[in-house]
Design a protein around this ligand. Structure first.
Ligand code: NAD
Length: 285
């Protein structure tokens, strides 16, 4: 099974035992809301198609199926990039939760381990970050980061620990562009991962003229234009799809370039409109 030609991004704040920089394929497959019964097939298909980067989480309840697909693929571990996430109820038991994720995945390390949400009303994010930093020191997480952290949440963990996350995984798409948060992350060398890069298929994004015009100019689909806009801005993406033809389509975005004018037209679509939960109030444990 050969890999797709997907560029890597170097995680500036990543740590790998031995000190080598951690490289993440800029495009992967996300498996949020993929039923456990379907996940093994879908991840196996993605690996066959040439994906090497899979984004899962303890809270997706499909780590074991992701692990089975990895094992049966026969792809050498070092050629894969696997991300999983610490759930909100486990902020004060990181060691236990991390081991449960490794056991489910059937792996002895992950490439990126993220604190899934800050749940600021519980005041546990700092303990979670300290615990996650210990997993990195043990060498079992090559890089560590956070998800859904706003500037003040990032500032707190950086100030208190001096450990800067390698990545922040946030809801990000043309209708919700998070300019201030992205600027803060850029200033601190924190890579941005977009979740919901296609606005979760919940909007009329693909019908907007900025997308339609670029799609027809380049002979690409609306999804490909939106994903290309992300990668041209240096963002890491892992659009979810359960369909093989869309896996191929979504990865076929490295053979064209959006012009400055096309990028600007998509930049102008920002409505600061989120489709997922608000990190300040999301309290699901
Ligand atoms: P997404 O933006 O990737 O949208 C997925 C939907 O887009 C699909 O269900 C499908 O309807 C549509 N789609 C996919 N490819 C398409 C194509 N080529 N043409 C037309 N429509 C297409 O949303 P997502 O799944 O929520 O986000 C991607 C990944 O991000 C998730 O699977 C998960 O790994 C991660 N995520 C993380 C968090 C977090 O809190 N950290 C939250 C949500 C998602």
């Amino acid at each position: 099974m050969s890999a797709l030609q997907i560029p890597n991004i170097t995680l500036k704040n990543g740590v790998r035992s031995g000190g080598d920089p951690v490289e993440i394929p800029q495009l992967g497959l996300g498996v949020f809301l993929v039923e456990p019964g379907e996940t093994e097939r879908i991840v196996s298909e993605a690996l066959e198609v040439g994906y090497r980067h899979i984004d899962t989480a303890a809270a997706y309840f499909n780590e074991a199926e992701v692990g089975r697909a990895i094992a049966s693929s026969g792809i050498p571990r070092d050629e894969l990039f696997i991300t999983t996430k610490l759930w909100n109820s486990d902020h004060e038991d990181v060691a236990g939760a991390f081991q449960r994720s490794l056991d489910a995945l059937g792996l002895d390390r992950v490439d990126l381990y993220l604190v899934h949400w800050p749940v600021p009303m519980h005041g546990t994010a700092l303990a979670a970050w300290r615990g996650v930093a210990e997993t990195a020191e043990s060498g079992r997480a090559s890089a560590i980061g956070v998800s859904n952290f706003e500037i003040e949440h990032l500032q707190q963990i950086i100030d208190e620990t001096g450990v800067v996350p390698a990545a922040n995984q946030i809801e990000l798409h043309p209708l919700h562009q998070r300019r201030e948060l992205r600027a803060f992350c850029a200033e601190h060398g924190i890579a941005i991962e977009a979740w919901g890069p296609l606005a979760q298929g919940k909007s009329d994004l693909f019908e907007r003229s900025a997308i339609l015009d670029a799609a027809s100019a380049h002979g690409k689909s609306g999804a490909q234009v939106v994903l290309r806009w992300h990668v041209q801005r240096g963002t890491i993406v892992f659009p979810k799809t359960m369909r093989r033809e869309r896996m191929i389509e979504n990865a076929d975005i490295f053979d064209f370039e959006l012009s400055e004018a096309e990028m600007a037209a998509i930049d102008a679509l920002d409505e600061q409109r989120n489709f997922g939960p608000d990190p300040y109030t999301f309290d699901n444990r």
